[in-house]
Design a protein around this ligand. Structure first.
Ligand code: MIC
Ligand code: SF4
Length: 642
């Protein structure tokens, strides 16, 4: 029996377990990436692990999320990360150099290698055949220290593309289409491999748009073959030596196969407030637009920006529309500037933002109240833009431009002049904003720079056998990490200050939660389907830990969040019978006994003492996860030399 692309890479990197679906495996990690919103904690955790130097082939620290500096906090975070990178052997991508996933794709990605990143969109590098997975900061810190990364050996899903995209239909529309087919939980438990004749005409940045949005499907990761398209991209980046060909075997076995006929696709949009709420752009045409944002790790490549510039050339955006452009990297911005395309963008009335995440994470450019914002981004969760009642639609850059020009959601096919753009044979290579680490000798003299906003990691709580506590929160289905631990310009500066950050926990759902949970001491949270979907931010676990949450009981969990809960020592349990969710209310007193034995067996009986009900719960933890929970989290587990 042959292997899929992912299976080949997993096999080459396997250091623990067997290639058996559904079981836990540990893989060697070649590269790691962190960004600044998750990076401070990751480096503080690395420091706590007591390791002198990273053991990966290459680790990179990016500054791209917290770049709006309205006080000292974000700049302090940058300094902590800069000093940690220098000391521990990590390359430091300076503020202004670009969004982690775009820069990593351009300058560091390698087909056939493994990458984990403390950001859920790390699978972007799957666009050139790298097995790249999003993880919590603690897992990234452990991998930097040489520990394997543990995942469940995934099921394999193949998406076969046939035919060709019609003019004005784009890679983003493919990503949105697959979301409409599979939904935001349809990828859970799968690695998605893209293939078929239809991929031949997709460039690496287009492939990366698709693997980037695989995160929205809940997939472990997504990957394309490494072929001549990949070789040409790497050659143009001056890195042809990093190329290796990579494809699946003819007799590779997939658990599921989906075929998409590219000729039949149309421009699509994800409507508020979920990335899988997809409709045809042509059906949304009378909706007036207040704001359009082009950029983010999904659509900020040179290819995207050149198309945008061509469509904007000699035109002006509609009065009343505000258009922002955030190029993905210094490379993209410089090349746009050198070829004159930047002037076409600026001439249209667009507002140029820095090469960073910016509006995607609510770092400025929030829409007006009840505003309609069209964004080329990957997430449109409620409140994420910084404006709670805004309506955010996710679209392709082409649809974004057409709508900015007309003032209404507009099918880009109405623009008629299709912009034919090809990638250059050579990209402009200037890595001067990527600072190499200090030598081992020099590193010994470097101290981590910790400003007054840099706090401590909350103390872990070793597992107890009994727990009696109240329900501090009950939430519905599809709770995202943006609900649990919101981001945005006002909150992100406290990512290194857990006590302060805790004031904002679950604010989108219930402004009283933080105070209530603290008063309760220990507590339970009750959740619905796909609890914790979205980002990799471990703050969505660290902050509830700080607030006393000991157990989360949900109908189901998102992969990275479940791992983050275990890493901080919170037990994620699921209802055996999902209807039992309805029996529990906020404030109910719940009790669990024989917890250690129960989580080993995989079944526990919860007693709702307020209602006098018994409710069956299930779990399936591996030996490693049971030990982590026993120690009260990954840090204590690692400190005990495991
Ligand atoms: C996001 O897109 O939600 C983020 C911000 O990039 C997060 C990471 C974070 O919260 O810092 C992610 O995707 O993991
Ligand atoms: Fe940054 Fe947005 Fe990409 Fe997250 S999704 S890494 S916030 S650009």
């Amino acid at each position: 029996m042959g292997y899929t692309i992912a299976e080949k890479i997993l096999k080459n990197h396997l250091v623990f377990g067997e290639m058996k679906k559904g079981t836990e495996i540990g893989i060697k990690i070649d590269q790691t990436l962190t960004q600044d919103a998750t990076g401070t904690m990751a480096y503080l955790e690395f420091e706590k692990m007591g390791i002198d130097r990273v053991k990966t082939e290459q680790s990179v620290a990016y500054i791209d999320h917290n770049t709006l500096q309205c006080g000292f906090e974000n700049a302090d975070d940058h300094n902590l990360i800069r000093s940690a990178a220098k000391k521990y052997g990590v390359y430091f991508s300076s503020p202004g150099n670009g969004i982690c996933h775009q820069v990593h794709l351009e300058r560091f990605s390698k087909p056939g290698k493994t990458l984990i990143g403390s950001d859920s969109h790390t699978p972007t590098c799957g666009g050139l055949g790298m097995l790249s997975i999003g993880a919590g900061g603690m897992d990234v810190a452990a991998a930097m220290g040489g520990s394997p990364y543990y995942i469940t050996y995934s099921k394999m899903l193949k998406v076969e593309l046939k035919g060709n995209l019609k003019p004005f239909v784009t890679a983003k529309d493919i990503a949105l289409y697959i979301l409409s087919v599979l939904s935001v939980k349809g990828g859970v438990g799968y690695i998605i491999e893209w293939g078929g004749e239809g991929i031949k005409n997709l460039s690496v940045p287009e492939r990366a748009t698709i693997t980037n949005m695989g995160a929205e499907l809940g997939a472990t990761t997504s990957i394309f073959p490494s072929d001549e398209v990949t070789r040409n991209f790497l050659k143009a980046q001056g890195r042809e030596e990093d190329y290796i060909p990579l494809s699946s075997d003819i007799d590779a076995v997939y658990d599921k196969v989906i075929t998409i006929d590219l000729d039949t696709l149309e421009p699509l949009a994800a409507c508020p407030h979920k990335p899988d709420n997809v409709k045809k752009v042509s059906e949304l045409r009378n909706i007036k637009v207040d704001q359009v944002c082009i950029g983010s790790c999904t659509n900020s490549s040179l290819l995207d920006m050149l198309k945008v510039a061509k469509l904007l050339k000699n035109k002006h955006i509609k009065e009343g529309v505000s258009l922002s452009i955030s190029p993905g990297s210094k490379q993209v911005l410089t090349m746009l500037s050198n070829c004159g395309a930047l002037s076409d963008i600026i001439g249209s009335g667009a507002r140029l933002l820095e090469c960073a995440c910016g509006p995607c994470i609510g770092m400025g450019f929030s829409p007006n109240s009840k505003g309609v914002s069209l964004r080329t981004f990957n997430r449109n969760f409620e409140g994420r833009s910084g404006t709670k009642d805004a309506n955010v639609y996710l679209v392709s850059p082409e649809t974004a431009v057409a709508s900015a020009l007309t003032g209404y959601i507009c099918d880009p096919r109405e623009l008629k002049d299709f912009p034919v753009v090809t990638l250059p044979d050579t990209f402009l290579i200037d890595d001067t904003s990527i600072i190499p680490p200090a030598s081992v000798e020099e590193a010994k003299t470097i101290e981590l720079i910790k400003g007054p906003n840099i706090g401590d990691i909350p103390d872990s709580v070793p597992l107890k056998d009994e727990l009696k506590a109240a329900v501090s929160l009950k939430v519905g289905d599809h709770i995202t990490t943006d609900h649990i631990m919101p981001a945005g310009a006002k909150i992100l500066p406290f990512r290194s200050n857990i006590p302060k950050l805790s004031e904002f926990c679950f604010n989108v759902c219930d402004t009283e939660f933080s105070t209530r949970a603290k008063e309760m001491g220990n507590s339970f949270i009750i959740g619905g389907v796909n609890y914790g979907q979205g980002s990799s931010r471990e703050h969505a676990a660290l902050v509830p830990l700080y607030l006393g949450v000991r157990v989360v009981i949900a109908k189901s969990f998102a992969r990275i969040h479940a791992a983050n809960l275990i890493n901080v020592g919170i037990i994620p349990l699921t209802f055996k019978n999902t209807d039992d969710y309805d029996k529990i209310d906020l404030g109910d007193i719940l009790s669990l006994s024989d917890i250690k034995e129960g989580i080993k067996k995989g079944s526990l009986t919860l007693v709702d003492e307020t209602k006098g009900e018994k409710i069956e719960l299930v779990c399936s933890f591996t030996e490693r996860q049971l030990s982590i929970l026993d120690y009260g989290g990954l840090l204590s587990f690692t400190a005990k030399g495991q």
